[in-house]
Design a binder for this molecule. Sequence first.
Ligand SMILES: [Zn+2]
Length: 161
Amino acid sequence: MIKNPARRGFFYCRFENIQKNFTFIQKISIMELTYICPHCKGAINAKRNIILAARSVKEKDNKGLVLLHEEIGNYAVAISSTLKVDSGDEVDFSCPICHSSLNSPKGDSLASFIRIENNEESNIVISRIYGERCTFQIDDKKKIKSYGESVSKFVDPEWFL
Ligand SMILES: [Zn+2]
């Protein structure tokens, strides 16, 4: 315990300043591009990557992190060394913060999360098949934009809304 009230005041001020700075930083990051988990609302992107926890559907011990480029339509991907996947392998995606599943309930091999850019929110739906390049972006008016050469596989993307 700090007995000197002047010193206590000093510490209190410092704390308040830190809090103010923290709110300021939070506001700035919301103005930028942010991807969030639909369950815990934690930001899942950093340094231009969307970070997802992945686990092979076939072998549950085959797991690791998958880093997707935050720019839609850029399919650059980085995978941690403990996850071994080949083209066509299916993975389950979960939030790296709260571990909730990000798999789309209606689609067999899709996952989704939220994108916020300049306070505009949209839903991003991606394939859970490694090597399959397809991304859907659904805005709050249910308007769908699609990206990637595997997108034609989904004739009617309405079904996952
Ligand atoms: Zn989460």
